[in-house]
Ligand binder design. Structure first.
Ligand code: NAP
Length: 370
């Protein structure tokens, strides 16, 4: 995770004629070589007559590397057991075809569900040119994502060097949320969340990643404070990892942010709010080779995302607490869906447990669909 994007996750295992594992490999973008090539190199002459087990169809075209199918055939691999075809419609099936034409036995479909899940972001990206979008939030049992504005900071001093929000969920959940960030190429919030909580929005999983997590902020009029932890972290690290989408770039506000290393792009606004268009933002992120995006709120952005039909899946954490009250901040503020028949339907639900907290993971649409 974090090392293959914008390409897919691939792992390969070669077993010799007696079934003994003689080579393994896994792909990283920086390592360039594909998983099956690494496995072939490890197996050496023992690959001859052996079986390749792999989660994705070997490729038959010239990309950053020569076709893997040629190398497999040349090494004398007799059987290929693959979990799924390449989700890229331009090349899907060609690898299997070439292997079969050379007399290699090919079996497709074992552990297919797990394999499809592993590369769902790549599938969405390669088929549509936009990232897979996950909507993530931490809530009380009654669906509130924060106490009434201003109350959190009145009742607790800023924590963790400047964070002014208040934690809803426990430590285990928050550690898992960092794992989720680690699995994504980019994270997105509205400027309201920066103003309310002063978050850092970094990947603090402690695991290596090839590109820094891109931190995307929706901010029509550039209200992002220069002294916010987010802006200051860019100024300190110079990683160029904060991208602000605005609707009109006021030069006076833009210049000092850019001087500190913040990237600012103007996106055409949509009526009636005059805010940058979310589908256009996703297309732009696709151009930047962002394959997966996690939307982390707040309430206004969550509703915009649902209303503009860009959400592929949700990951909703719940703490066993009830905030109640009409002043608390709901998961998604705005018009909402006005009839039960229009409600966003979450499918293929999976439940996760983190100590006293739990989470619901599910899909609003099939990442492999149209
Ligand atoms: N528990 C959680 O998981 C969680 C996570 C995040 C936030 N929160 C809470 O959520 C609250 C903040 O929510 P919020 O609704 O005030 O702020 P928000 O959703 O973070 O930001 C909304 C602002 O983003 C700007 N924006 C720019 N383009 C937009 C677009 N296309 N769609 C929507 N907004 C766009 C708008 O300001 P302009 O019109 O000026 O551009 C808008 O007012 C805080 O209380 C925070 O603690 C909770």
């Amino acid at each position: 995770m974090g090392l293959a994007s914008p390409n897919p996750y691939v792992g390969a295992v070669i077993a010799d004629t007696s079934g003994e594992v003689v080579g393994t490999g896994s792909y990283t973008y920086a390592g360039v070589k594909h998983a099956e090539i690494l496995a072939l190199e490890a197996a050496g002459a023992r690959a001859r007559g052996g079986t390749l087990y792999i989660n994705l169809e070997p490729h038959a075209h010239q990309g950053r590397t020569p076709p893997c199918t040629d190398a497999l055939i040349a090494a004398g691999i007799r059987r290929v057991v693959a979990a799924m075809p390449d989700p890229n419609p331009k090349v899907s099936g060609r690898g299997f075809e070439q292997l079969r034409a050379a007399g290699v036995q090919v079996a497709v479909g074992s552990l297919e569900e797990q394999a499809r899940r592993l590369n769902e972001a790549f599938a969405r990206y390669i088929r549509h040119g936009t990232p897979l979008v996950t909507l993530k939030a931490a809530m009380t049992l009654d669906g509130q994502i924060a106490p009434p504005p201003g109350e959190a900071s009145r009742h607790s001093a800023p924590t963790e060097n400047g964070f002014t929000g208040s934690w809803i969920t426990g430590e285990l959940t928050r550690a898992h949320a960092h794992e989720l960030r680690h699995q994504h190429d980019a994270i997105l919030v509205g400027v309201g969340t920066i103003l309310a909580d002063n978050p850092l929005l970094t990947d603090r999983s402690g695991r290596p990643r090839r590109r820094p997590l891109l931190r995307v902020i929706l901010d029509s009029r550039l209200r992002l404070p220069l002294e916010s932890r987010l802006v200051q972290s860019v100024a300190a690290d110079r990683k160029n990892d904060v991208l602000v989408f605005c609707a009109s770039a006021d030069e006076q506000k833009k210049a000092p942010l850019e001087e500190l290393g913040i990237r600012i792009e103007t996106i055409p606004a949509v009526e009636p709010d005059g805010r940058p268009d979310l589908p256009a933002i996703l297309r732009r992120l696709g151009q930047l080779e962002i394959t997966s995006l996690m939307i982390e709120g707040g309430a206004t952005v969550n509703w915009t995302a649902l209303a503009s039909d860009v959400v592929d899946k949700v990951f909703l954490y719940y703490a066993p607490k009830i905030l109640a009250g009409s002043g608390s901040i709901p998961f998604a503020a705005g018009a909402g869906f006005l009839h039960m028949s229009q409600a966003a339907q979450v499918k293929h639900i999976e439940l996760h447990r983190f100590g006293e907290d739990f989470a619901v993971e599910g899909y609003l649409r099939d990442p492999y669909g149209e």
